[in-house]
Design a protein around this ligand. Structure first.
Ligand SMILES: Nc1ncnc2c1ncn2[C@@H]1O[C@H](COP(=O)(O)OP(=O)(O)OP(=O)(O)O)[C@@H](O)[C@H]1O
Ligand SMILES: NC(=[NH2+])NCCC[C@H](N)C(=O)O
Length: 360
């Protein structure tokens, strides 16, 4: 199967647009070379995805940090000329010949992750999330409306089978959810935002809100997002800095879902996700933290990036910090174990708190 002349022309146009965009710093722009375009523009996956599906989000959103998504699992290999260098640069040097290590969620080590802020002076809340894709389904741009509905139905059955007293809860479909409830869930950091322009341009918001929703326990400390960016985002969160408790709950919840739903795993790339930044462990462990002194200094960003930490704003990715509160998390998710990913955040945040305490 080959891509149509129109699609190939659009790919050339994205390339030309990126080359002409002097303020664009995305990994897409850097790694979509003339050669990569020439070699890949006519290719199509078995499900019909093309290089255009991979690059259109970054082509439309020139402020993307990364700019590419995989419409289906095959795209990671068929378009590896583009994915591999982007993955290598994002995930701290993970090469085309490297393999994701075996799973280690850290069951045996949760006790080592003692409260980072026992006095409650710095950390507002802690959250660890991972992503999962249900085996047998492609990613958003290749899903039909029926696929979405079938996946949601399957997940509803799984959620209703959870009887653990701490984790059991209710599934709330987005379809029919009143605006007030939705807004509050988003503002309180529990629910995904609507209309993400990066996902929209990647064709990932089709049939919205069908098939999308959120499951959570009563305390909203264990949550599962259904069919937003990934098929599933499994989340554990709570106020304060007790990372061990948050990880322990995530492992418990993840295991309950995993026994009922087989997930898609790649021999080299680990758990498969729609965005290459989330491959491997898929783990983003974060704190919302107040660091008024060190965050005001010029070297704050460098200190964080040297410790492989990512800084986000208070309402998540692409948002601004408010009242001096930052979202600090591990950046790398591939090429290390789940426990190491959490540990990267844990050790880094511990250091940041020491620096804040010592700062004048
Ligand atoms: N430590 C935390 N405490 C409370 N809320 C958090 C924490 N970390 C993230 N959040 C909230 O989770 C929501 C989702 O954030 P965001 O979209 O940045 O990350 P994500 O769910 O990890 O996914 P992605 O990386 O795909 O964007 C936002 O409302 C954000 O404020
Ligand atoms: N939620 C994510 N997958 N975040 C990572 C990348 C997001 C967006 N495509 C960008 O390049 O900036």
């Amino acid at each position: 199967m080959t891509a149509s002349p129109e699609v190939q022309k659009s790919i050339e146009e994205v390339y030309t647009k990126l080359q002409g965009a002097s303020d664009c710093t995305s990994l897409l722009k850097k790694h979509l070379t003339k050669d990569v375009v020439a070699k890949n523009k006519s290719k199509k996956t078995r499900l019909g995805a093309t290089l255009l599906d991979v690059i259109q989000s970054g082509g439309e959103n020139l402020d993307s940090g990364v700019g590419i998504y995989a419409p289906d699992a095959e795209s990671y290999t068929l378009f590896s000329d583009l994915f591999n260098p982007v993955i290598e640069e994002y995930h701290n040097g993970f090469k085309a010949t490297d393999t994701q290590p075996a799973i280690d969620l850290g069951e045996k080590n949760v006790g080592d992750l003692t409260d980072l802020d026992p006095e409650g002076k710095f950390i507002v809340s802690t959250r660890i999330r991972c992503g999962r894709s249900l085996q047998g389904y492609p990613f958003n741009p290749c899903l039909s409306e029926t696929n979405y509905k079938m996946m949601e139905t399957r997940m509803k059955e799984i959620f209703s089978s959870i009887t653990d007293p701490e984790l059991k809860g209710t599934y709330y479909p987005l379809t029919g959810m009143d605006e007030e409830t939705k807004k509050k869930l988003i503002a309180d950091h529990f629910l995904f935002k609507e209309g993400d322009r990066f996902l929209k341009a990647a064709n990932a918001n089709r049939y919205w809100p069908n098939g999308r929703g959120i499951f959570h326990n009563e305390k909203k400390t264990f949550l599962v997002w259904v069919n937003e960016e990934d098929h599933l985002r499994i989340i554990s969160m709570q106020n304060g800095g007790n990372v061990g408790e948050v990880l322990g709950r995530l492992i418990k919840g993840l295991n309950l879902v995993a026994v009922k739903a087989p997930f898609a795993r790649h021999p080299r790339l680990g758990w498969l996700t729609f965005c290459p930044t989330n491959l491997g462990t898929t783990v983003r462990a974060s704190v919302h933290i107040k660091l008024p002194k060190i965050s005001a200094k010029d070297d704050f960003k460098k200190i964080c990036s040297d410790m492989k930490l990512q800084i986000r704003g208070i309402h998540g990715e692409h948002s601004e910090s408010k009242e001096g509160i930052y979202d600090i998390s591990n950046k790398q998710r591939l090429g290390l174990t789940e426990y190491q990913a959490v540990r990267q955040m844990y050790d880094g945040v511990k250091k940041l708190i020491e620096l804040e305490k010592a700062a004048a």
